[in-house]
Write a new protein. Structure first.
Length: 146
């Protein structure tokens, strides 16, 4: 009875409409809203303070995955590290799925570009598959509940 009450979610990467990899973890998606102070003077000489909204500042997102699982995803990461490469920005979708592998939420990231990659480390005496982390920058994000 208890195991039917537990809900398990996974996050998968979708590139070009195809789910290419299941991730171990995704960092928190964060945006900071900038406010710009505006000081003006009224015709009567009184100082007024106000503010205007600046552009939103999206923070980079970090994905953690088992070492080298998806060839398509890995090739994109490698291509993006090549200084001579052009057109490496992609639209990327994170798909949150339930235990039945049914999509319940999608987060679409526009103009994604890898900025940092960390390979798996090794610890003596421990077994298991190493993990890679990938930090991505992006222009915008949109969330859609299914």
């Amino acid at each position: 009875m208890l195991d039917t009450a537990v809900v398990t979610y996974k996050c998968q990467v979708e590139l070009g409409g195809v789910r290419v990899e299941t991730l171990k973890s995704v960092s928190t998606i964060t945006v900071d809203q900038e406010y710009i102070d505006v000081v003006s003077m009224t015709p009567s000489g009184k100082i007024e303070w106000d503010y205007v909204h600046g552009l939103p500042g999206w923070k980079n997102v970090t994905l953690t995955r088992s070492a080298d699982k998806s060839e398509k995803f890995t090739r994109w990461i490698q291509d993006a590290r090549d200084p001579a490469a052009t057109d490496v920005e992609r639209d990327l979708v994170l798909v949150f799925v339930n235990a039945k592998n049914e999509a319940i939420k999608k987060m679409s990231f526009a103009r994604v570009h890898p900025v940092s990659w960390s390979g798996p480390g090794v610890t003596a005496g421990e077994s298991g598959v190493g993990e890679e982390t990938l930090e991505l920058r992006y222009l915008d994000v949109d969330t859609k509940f299914l």
